[in-house]
Design a binder for this molecule. Structure first.
Ligand code: GLA
Length: 374
């Protein structure tokens, strides 16, 4: 009987540094204690089977030679990972995968990166392919951008793979490949928690808006004659004519400064300052980068009014989740305020929960194989 391996793969929130990972800027996400479980067992017949508890897609089967366009919807993330491994020159003989997700999809918590990174890590381990964590992140990113069609940066994958309990992961995305280092999170010692507010406004990175922002950033970079937009100086505000490009560049410049400020505030345990930086980041994403939406804005405003030290959208935007840094004794007040505002707008109730920084994707233990399915 072939061994079954069980992987735990976390989602992530980004603390700060939004839309900087494809602009060569610093980003500061953390893996969270909400995760996906992936059970994996080797096959020798060139077949990949995928079972999932996700509604509407209970099973998918495709060959290890799968090509873009052969598989769609959620299973495309898995098929894309298999394709991307092959593209990188890694061959294997097939796998059974059983995915149980504790991560809501479309909530901006990187369920897609958890899936692609978890599958890549599981196949790598089963077949002894010898990939490092950064290699796995690159394989997962290639799957998402060139098989699924969402041209994402590398933040989510690196967060899911390099997450460390009790720490955020500071990334330098201008390095090739990007580098990471951990930053301790100590706000819980001072009576604070990080809340996630899942707006339930479904976000998708494959719908064109994300790609449009990337494109605008590239145009601004070319016009300024620099390598990365995050390198631009304040003179960019004079050099760029187009008001839209100027606004996008302004977000990238100010957000880069905010990440540095946030890391500094965290090292000094200057929590009100960190909160102010979070809220300023949200304003920049809303006004200059224009990736927020009414549900995110209402969540952020309500959280701050109810006593959060700061709040901001997290991830790509256009829906998904916000985060808020909240004194423990105000968690219920913040939740209630957000819920009341949502009810007034007749929006579905948001999901509000506390998260802690967790470890990245890891192998749990050998287990009995999944029950055979018809
Ligand atoms: C999504 C992408 C990331 C990053 C963020 C915005 O989560 O997957 O690569 O660009 O949006 O910071």
């Amino acid at each position: 009987m072939t061994d079954v391996r069980r992987w735990t793969v976390p989602g992530r929130v980004n603390l700060i540094g939004e839309h900087l990972d494809y602009n060569g800027g610093p980003v500061l996400p953390m893996a969270i204690d909400r995760s996906m479980t992936i059970k994996a067992r080797a096959r020798d017949d060139g077949v990949v089977n995928l079972w999932t508890d996700r509604e509407g897609t209970s099973r998918a089967t495709f060959p290890t030679t799968v090509q873009p366009g052969d598989v769609d919807a959620w299973a495309a993330y898995a098929a894309g990972t298999v394709w991307s491994l092959a593209q990188a020159g890694h061959s294997f003989t097939g796998v059974d995968l059983v995915v149980k997700s504790g991560l809501p999809s479309g909530a901006g918590l990187s369920s897609s990166a958890a899936l692609t990174c978890g599958i890549a890590a599981a196949i790598d381990e089963l077949f002894g392919l010898g990939l490092g964590r950064t290699d796995l992140a690159l394989v997962a990113q290639h799957a998402e951008s060139d098989f699924v069609g969402a041209p994402v940066g590398l933040m989510d994958q690196l967060a899911v793979l390099y997450g460390t309990a009790g720490h955020a992961v500071l990334m330098d995305t201008a390095a090739s490949p990007p580098t990471t280092r951990t930053v301790p999170i100590t706000w819980d010692d001072d009576g604070l928690v990080l809340l996630v507010i899942n707006t339930r406004a479904h976000h998708s990175l494959a719908d064109g808006e994300y790609a449009a922002r990337r494109d605008e950033c590239e145009r601004a970079t070319t016009e300024l004659g620099i390598t990365w937009l995050a390198e631009a100086g304040l003179d960019a505000m004079v050099k760029l004519d187009d008001e839209t490009l100027k606004a996008r560049a302004r977000h990238v410049l100010t957000e880069t400064a905010r990440v540095r400020g946030a890391v500094n505030a965290m090292s000094r345990r200057a929590w009100p300052q960190l909160g102010t930086i979070f809220t300023a980041s949200h304003a920049s994403l809303r006004d200059d980068f224009q990736v927020s939406c009414p549900e995110l804005d209402v969540a952020v405003d309500a959280a701050v009014e109810a006593g959060a030290l700061g709040a901001r959208m997290t991830g790509g935007g256009f829906g998904g989740s916000a985060i808020a840094l909240v004194p423990l004794d105000l968690v219920a007040t913040v939740r209630e305020k957000v819920e009341v505002r949502y009810a007034a707008h007749q929006w579905p109730a948001p999901e509000v929960f506390v998260v802690h920084a967790a470890d990245g994707a890891h192998l749990e233990s050998d287990e009995a194989p999944p029950a055979p399915r018809p």
